[in-house]
Each structure stands twice: as structure tokens, then as C-alpha cells.
Design a protein around this ligand. Sequence first.
Ligand SMILES: [Zn+2]
Length: 305
Amino acid sequence: QRAALPPVGRCGVCVDPGWASINRGVLICDECCSVHRSLGRHISIVKHLRHSPWPATLLQMVHTLASNGANSIWEHSLLDPAQVQSGRRKANPQDKVHPTKSEFIRAKYQMLAFVHKLPCRDDDGVTAKDLSKQLHSSVRTGNLETCLRLLSLGAQANFFHPEKGTTPLHVAAKAGQILQAELLVVYGADPGAPDVNGRTPIDYARQAAQHELAERLVECQYELTDRLAFYLCGRKPDHKNGHYIIPQMADSLDLSELAKAAKKKLQALSNRLFEELAMDVYDEVDRRENDAGERGWGWLLGVPP
Ligand SMILES: [Zn+2]
């Protein structure tokens, strides 16, 4: 599903935004996108508004954040006249990409220089826990900006509430808050995380008869492997009839010596290295999906790379 967003929610620097930063809830132009990409997907996850395929509710989540002023989360202190007098200012559309716009973007999203800082406490752990508890209760409402603000301040998407025995995604699933679920998953929430009784957010959504949300969470849970499979063989696994990760390979587990050696090496990687490898591959799949969108999808579907 592809849809164009109306020209709302821009940061004021981008004249013609063709891209979205999914985790920041803002729309950006080609120039700014190139800077966002150079910072890496742990800082900004970019997706083309027209050339990329969008799950409907993910697009709706970004749209809602962008039109409700998510940008002001990242520019909070710039809204204060005292800061502007001290010489800090936003980049203008006329400014050069390098160095003016790129330095502004780095300060804004990498250093979080303009995000509202909480008064310091002696024990930072307590603050993070408080923020996560606030997130845990906020996701039952439809207020996405509040949750993005809490996440920007350090609330943990996978926070396990010690008294309630659930994570924020369990709460969002039970309440049928599909856009909150999208936001939490973007910030790393696990749709398969067990609650205190071993039940997952997917179980919660099913029990609350939130079928669309349950299906979407299953899709999210397998997103990385689905996209890798699609990239490798041009087909998506079928989750309704068992999870065949690579459809063509499901019945031919007779690996070559080379494949066995590669598998052994992969299994020997530390979690951190495996995560980095997965992020690199993910970035590359992102790039190819966006490129494919620009050239039309046919070649990718017909001719696996
Ligand atoms: Zn821009």
C-alpha cells in the first residue's frame, strides 16, 4: 500500500518532503534524508513516502505524529526565545546542506541538543524507571506524541512492569491501540515478549478480539526474516500455514558444505556482532526496496538479485 501524505508536519527546513523518518515522526526532503541516512538507522529510520511499500497503520502512525507536531519534541528548547538570543537557531531552507543543515540535523537527532531535559536526579535509574512506567500507562490512550516524548527521554519500549507483570506492548494490544503498538515496535518492543504468565502481546490482542492488531503484530515479529527471505528469493513466507522462513528451502534442508560452514560462523557470532550484521543487511534491504520502488517493483519480483 502506497499513499502520499499531505504537506503537514514539516520541520520548516524541508521544502518538499518525499521521505519520512519513522522513529522521529517527521517528514524530510531528499537532502536532509541523505544526512539522516549517514547517521545510521539507530538515529533515524527513513522510508520513502511514495516509493516504499507501507503497512497502512505504520503510515497512519507517522502521519499522526507529523501532523500533531512531533517535530517540536526534537526542537523543544529552540521554541524558547532565550535560546534563540544565545545564537542557537534552526537551519533555513536556503542554507547549504554541508555544513549548516547537516550540523543542525546532527545536533537535533544525534546529540538531542534541543530535547526537553528533565531536572537531574541523583539516581538516573529511578528516572528511567519512572519514564517507563509513565509509558506503560500512556499507551492505553491514543496520545502518540506523549509516548514519543517519553521514548525520546529514555523510556524503554520493552520495560517489564514489576507490579503489573506486563510490557507497554501488552497494554497497547489489550486496549486496541494499534498506532501505539506501531510506535512501540519501531522503538524495539517485542511482540513475542512473555508477560508474568507467559502470554505475549499477540495473545492479548487476540483475546481482546483485536484481530487486525494481532495480525499486524505477527507481521512485525517476522519482519526482519520476511524481508530477508523476500530479498533472497522474491517470496514472502506464509505465516498462516506454518512459518517457512525461506519458502524454497523449507523442504531442502540438505545444506552444502559451504552453507554449513557459513551457518557455523554465523552461530559463533556474539549477540552484539549478530545484531550489527542484521542491521547492516536490513539497511541494504531498505536501500534496495527504495531503489526498486523508484524503478517499479516488477524487476524485483521477477528477478531475484
Ligand atoms: Zn530537508
